[in-house]
Design a protein around this ligand. Sequence first.
Ligand code: ADP
Ligand code: MG
Length: 256
Amino acid sequence: MSDAILETAGLTKEFRGFVAVNDVNLSIRRGTIHGLIGPNGAGKTTCFNLLTKFLQPTRGTIRYDGRDITGMKPAEVARLGLVRSFQISAVFPHLTVLENVRVSLQRSRGGSFDFWRPDSILRSYDARARELLEDVGLSAYANLTAGELPYGRKRALEIATTLALDPVMMLLDEPTAGMTHDDVGRIVSLIRRVSAGRTVLLVEHNLTVVSGLCDFITVLARGRVLAEGDYATVARNPDVVTAYLGTEAPTEAAHG
Ligand SMILES: Nc1ncnc2c1ncn2[C@@H]1O[C@H](COP(=O)(O)OP(=O)(O)O)[C@@H](O)[C@H]1O
Ligand SMILES: [Mg+2]
């Protein structure tokens, strides 16, 4: 078993001649929380979409758990345990919080939505769904419709629906975007908790979140890898400081 669970070689994505991701070699170690950061427009989301197979690369390869997944579809890599949170745009606003998690559990077992199964079978998912809600701190919200949840709690629900798929590796794109300070704190401890025994790739804007969570960080700028290392190492890299200057201050204050 290789130390790296996800690796890219020469990963490149062009949009009509514009190179959004340029010859990126990533190596993500098993069991770590790996941060992908960089100023706006650096190519983080494009890279994320390549890794989760929502975009097909122009060039380069992606290997997951020893296998070439470059040509695979999102659902295929999800079945291998590489799961993107919000992949499912999983939250059905008119279903309750509990029902949303139950639907994800059904999907992970059966691969399809079978709303027409006997009640007895549906109820068998309830116990597991309630456990997952407990894990993400949503027990008190179980019977609310998902649409009624406050924003920060929706993100927690999305993480619960992701966990229902029992991922080996989770990819999260800016899980704290647009959150209040309290919600950010809650999601950070949630990510720390659910990362146990898993690998997490975290695309994140809020550098306080990154410094608190990530074991290893890759800094992208203009589509290329600018620096790598732990937070202290990349934060004192002059190229990183320069890349962030003029776009945004690399402090928590810039993002609430
Ligand atoms: N579908 C697309 N078509 C054309 N250009 C795109 C597309 N998606 C992203 N880009 C461009 O690629 C660059 C990187 O974007 P993105 O990956 O969203 O950056 P980040 O997430 O780091 O802010 C930006 O200049 C963006 O305008
Ligand atoms: Mg982005």
